[in-house]
Design a protein around this ligand. Structure first.
Ligand code: COI
Length: 354
């Protein structure tokens, strides 16, 4: 069922301020944003307005008690210049899984999809087309009660804004295996894309950066033996360019849409992909024996983030030349070509908007 979205167009486009040849991730925002509010126990249809600041109460419950969840997704242009989305219903599914875990109301499909479609069509001039770029879409939901006290909010806002982006990681990254702090443990909210899960990553990542790393690899909350995910991506390990391992969805890691995309593509290509517990000691041993041929992260923002170096217990393990990696280079090209319509879409992942 189509919903009616009121559109209040921005009279002053800022697109001339965007240098599409030199986009920095997350710094410039398109002309419009979508907003739908949840009041009186139901979602209202929503509006598209000029992108800009919003007014909030100092007592806004999301700020104090953390009911705040988000998604990351991207819009692309096909070779004919028409806008398209990549697997948007998967983002809705995950948003609602996060909402349930955080005691927030689920968002109806028609609000999510119609809001996205109309926003992206309206701001389609902001979809960059240089290689590696996309229009990043940030749907998010937060509690808006003006109230002090720990209980679920009665009111929420769901919003979407867009920013033209290029690669999240312009070069292969150095990661440190985190063995002091924990992101999630059984029964916590590790599979929810909740703002707080990123908040707790800031200190360990700052500490890793001081030591010369770009990111951390989280390990399990019981005894730090198994790898979970990085601060921004799911993780894949390739043994002898043949066997691909990725941590299983144990409830502690994010059910990444790019993760799922990569597993499907790899299996269709004939690779064996095992979703299982992955011991960090086993991976370090494989690296020492030159059997660890590729390690990479997957995520919407990064697509494929090649890992150049793993730091573990004070030693650095250098991985094979990122330029020569078989699996991650193939995956990056294939995922991005499907997203931009340069290769066929055998799994029906694309939602065309034009
Ligand atoms: C994404 O990949 O979309 C995320 O939400 C992670 C963040 C690093 C931007």
């Amino acid at each position: 069922m189509a919903i009616s979205i009121k559109i209040n167009k921005n009279p002053q486009s800022r697109i001339h301020l965007c240098d599409f040849e030199n986009i920095e991730f997350g710094k410039i925002f398109s002309d419009h944003m979508f907003r739908a509010d949840y009041t009186d126990g139901q979602w209202q249809p929503g509006t598209i307005e000029p992108y800009g600041n919003i007014s909030i109460a100092p007592s806004l419950s999301a700020l104090h008690y953390g009911q705040s969840i988000f998604e990351g997704m991207k819009a692309f242009k096909d070779p004919q210049g028409k806008p398209q989305l990549f697997r948007p219903l998967e983002n809705l599914k995950r948003l609602n899984i996060s909402a349930i875990r955080m005691g927030m109301p689920e968002l109806p499909e028609e609000i999510f999809i119609e809001g996205l479609k109309q926003l992206v069509v309206l701001d389609q001039a902001w979809i960059p087309t240089i290689d590696g770029s996309a229009l990043y879409l940030r749907p998010f939901m937060f509690a808006t009660d003006d109230f002090v006290g720990v209980r679920p909010s009665n009111n929420y806002s769901f919003m979407i804004f867009c920013c033209p982006v290029n690669s999240y990681y312009p070069k292969p990254i150095r990661v440190k295996v985190e063995q002091k702090f924990v992101r999630a443990a059984e029964g916590m909210a590790g599979s929810a894309k909740a703002a707080g899960n990123y908040g707790i990553s800031m200190l360990p990542t700052m500490e890793a950066k001081k030591l010369g790393y770009d990111q951390i690899i989280w390990t399990d909350g019981k005894n730090h033996q198994h790898v979970e995910e990085s601060g921004t991506t799911n993780l894949f390990f390739v043994l002898e360019d043949n066997l691909v391992l990725t941590p299983r969805l144990d409830g502690n890691i994010l059910n990444g849409i790019t993760r799922n995309t990569c597993i499907a593509l790899l299996r269709a290509k004939g690779y064996e992909v095992q979703e299982r517990d992955i011991s960090i000691v086993e991976m370090i041993e494989a690296a020492k024996q030159n059997k660890l041929t590729d390690v990479f992260g997957t995520g919407t923002a990064a697509i494929i983030a090649k890992i150049a170096t793993i730091g573990y217990e004070g030693a650095d393990y250098e991985l094979p030349d990122p330029e020569k990696r078989v699996v991650s280079n193939w995956l990056y090209k294939t995922v991005y070509n499907i997203q931009t319509g340069k290769e066929p879409d055998p799994f029906n992942w694309i939602m065309k908007l034009g």
